[in-house]
Design a protein around this ligand. Structure first.
Ligand SMILES: C[S@@+](CC[C@H](N)C(=O)[O-])C[C@H]1O[C@@H](n2cnc3c(N)ncnc32)[C@H](O)[C@@H]1O
Ligand code: SF4
Length: 406
């Protein structure tokens, strides 16, 4: 079951933004996110805003076939709201859900619609996520021809009993085969997502999954600790005592193993949960989020951020399509960050990056707390930047809390 939207303030039906937010467009990179809210089956741990065909039923406007038309209508709205001051798009990221469940060529139609309205930078990074079972070699050739130059496959694990607990439908060899097929299709950048801490996963199992991911030779890897989301089948099984809850010490040990194995294989961490083979292989779209760039999120439940104003769309695909068809913004609610909230968010996000945080971004009292964090081995200072140590990465949120003024 998708989780509820955050509470927020009402937003205008025409989607308009404050002048102060629009004024930041010219001096920031601009990105587009497209959310594709469809999956064949729902994995037992996942609370993303995604729907199976059975969940959608015959809701008018909620079909996969008509989806990109609604998304393009939102791009039209974005172009009207942002006006001529918007820079060319630096990165496009299509996430889900399962983007590759859309009819062939539909994602390409979306990329061309972005280009027609905003222009694409010559070196634009254009990524799609994919469940490895939902795409085949001809589909990957089509995506490459449509302009995609980066693909991220959800692998999660290489161990059958772990995949079974996660309710994943793919066979263990499929993610590596998908990486191979993507490279043959011409993708310069490929990534795999892994999850650690699944109930019943041993340290040896996690070692096996990391080895298999490295052997598939992507140039980027993400490793996420399993989050038990309320309302999921996994949460129900844990609540009933049918499965054990993830254990903090086990998660820490697995994070350390991931960093050790990935470093040895030539991957460098650049964000707490992300490793890349080279600077070029880092995900520029996610870096734009972590550096508080401007982005427009298209699709049901998608979040957007322009110059300190954030908003998020209605969640149900039928509601989303109906609002756009009626000429209304699909935004559900939003918020304008106070200076304090903006600062907290910047510190929280940037401290997760290996490049760390410029000391000048911190207040005098915050800077004064750094020596104690250095003594505890949680951060290090190089020149005028502060960044997390390996120990600090295990406690990133707590370090941020200790650093910030109340
Ligand atoms: C939304 S999924 C999109 C990719 C595609 N649908 C798939 O699952 O293969 C993006 C990634 O989020 C991660 N993820 C989703 N739910 C999670 C959870 N509860 N805990 C940790 N990671 C999660 C998985 O690694 C997944 O590959
Ligand atoms: S395929 Fe991905 S988005 Fe869909 S239910 Fe599974 S984890 Fe969630």
């Amino acid at each position: 079951m998708p989780s509820a939207l955050p509470a927020g303030d009402p937003v205008p039906d025409d989607g308009s933004l404050p002048e102060s937010a629009l004024a930041t467009l010219a001096r920031q990179s601009f990105s587009i996110y497209l959310h594709v809210p469809f999956c064949t089956t729902r994995c037992g741990y996942c609370d993303f805003n995604t729907y199976t065909a059975a969940e959608l039923g015959n809701h008018p406007g909620a079909s996969r076939a008509g989806y990109i038309d609604s998304a393009i209508a939102e791009l039209d709205l974005a172009a009207r709201v942002l006006g001529p001051g918007v820079p060319e798009v630096s990165t496009v990221f299509v996430g889900g859900g399962t983007p590759t469940l859309l009819p062939p060529g539909e994602l390409g139609r979306f990329v061309r619609a972005v280009e027609a309205r905003f222009g694409l930078a010559v070196d634009a990074e254009i990524t799609t996520e994919s469940n490895p079972e939902s795409v085949d070699a001809p589909g990957l050739v089509q995506l490459a021809a449509d302009g995609f130059n980066r693909i991220s496959f959800g692998m999660q694990s290489a161990v059958p009993h772990v995949l079974a607990v996660l309710d994943r439908v793919h066979s263990t060899g499929r993610p590596a085969q998908a990486v191979r097929e993507a490279k043959e299709a011409g993708f310069p950048h490929t990534s795999l997502d892994l999850i650690y801490g699944t109930p019943g996963e041993s340290l040896e199992d996690w070692h096996t999954s990391l080895d298999a991911a490295v052997a598939a030779e992507p140039d980027h890897l993400s490793a996420y600790s399993l989050i038990v989301e309320d309302g999921t089948r996994l949460a129900t099984k844990i609540r009933r005592g049918e499965l054990p809850a993830p254990d903090d010490d086990d998660l820490a040990e697995k994070y350390l193993l991931a960093d050790e194995q990935l470093s040895r294989a030539g991957f460098g961490w650049y964000e707490v949960s992300n490793w890349a083979r080279s600077i070029d292989a880092r995900c520029r779209h996610n870096l734009a989020y972590w550096r508080s760039g401007n982005w427009w999120g298209v699709g049901p439940g998608a979040h957007s951020h322009v110059g300190g104003t954030r908003w998020w769309n209605v969640k149900h695909p039928a509601n989303y399509a109906a609002r756009l068809a009626a000429g209304l913004s699909p935004a559900h609610s939003g918020e304008r960050l106070s200076a304090r909230e903006d600062h907290t968010e910047r510190v929280l996000l940037q401290l997760r990056l290996a490049e760390g945080l410029g000391l000048s971004q911190l207040s005098v009292t915050e800077q004064a707390r750094i020596p104690a964090l250095v003594v505890r081995g949680l951060v290090s200072c190089v020149g005028d930047r502060v960044s997390l140590t390996l120990e600090g990465r295990l406690l990133a949120d707590a370090v941020t809390r200790d650093l910030l003024d109340a």
